[in-house]
Design a protein around this ligand. Structure first.
Ligand code: ZN
Length: 186
């Protein structure tokens, strides 16, 4: 009984501390940010990143729903050997998506949201033209999402809104296009 109460109190304290930390970042962004990129905080220490999001795994960054802040795991970005400004662009796009889409955000397929963020990033952790790729499953998936969105924008001429309302995931035709038109010429 006594132990239970202590555990519950500890849990409450940790939960409140966690909200307080994110609230502080959010307030900081509210006061000091001049553009959406300023709302993306680059976290130096991997342990701090883990505290901010215990389920973030080996991600390069994450965006909190609606509160207008995002975090980047600087160590993971360095390990992935990918430029930091691009990852900041990716997370900044997610902040805008929450603002633009509101509650509809949760009904939109992941390939559209992540593909758009990768398109704004201008690259993916795994190159669009890499053949026989090996690597983390998520990073291959994000590369594919990027190819699909790039195809819809540059070939089909769709706007961002039209992509969020699009039905199919056009990876097959988009991959053929990337290989024939972009990768062969590079
Ligand atoms: Zn993302």
């Amino acid at each position: 009984m006594y132990v239970k109460r202590i555990v519950r109190s500890l849990f409450n304290i940790i939960t409140w501390a966690w909200f307080l930390i994110h609230g502080t970042f959010s307030a900081h962004a509210f006061v000091f940010s001049q553009n959406v990129r300023d709302r993306v905080y680059v976290i130096e220490a991997p342990l701090v990143y883990k505290v901010l999001n215990p389920v973030a795994g080996d991600s390069l960054g994450f965006t909190l729903p609606f509160v207008g802040v995002a975090y980047i795991n600087k160590q993971a970005v360095q390990d992935a050997d990918t430029p930091l400004p691009g990852v900041i662009s990716h997370e900044a796009k997610h902040i805008e998506q929450f603002w633009q889409l509101g509650i509809h955000h949760f009904g939109i397929e992941k390939w559209k949201l992540e593909g758009m963020a990768e398109y704004v990033r201008g690259d993916s952790t795994i190159s669009l033209c890499a053949s026989g790729v090996e690597g983390l499953h998520d990073r291959i998936k994000y590369r594919d999402y990027h190819i699909a969105v790039k195809y819809l924008i540059e070939v089909e001429g769709l706007s961002e809104d039209q992509i969020y309302n699009y039905s199919d995931y056009p990876l097959g035709v988009a991959s053929d296009w990337i290989n024939a038109e972009i990768c062969k010429k590079a």
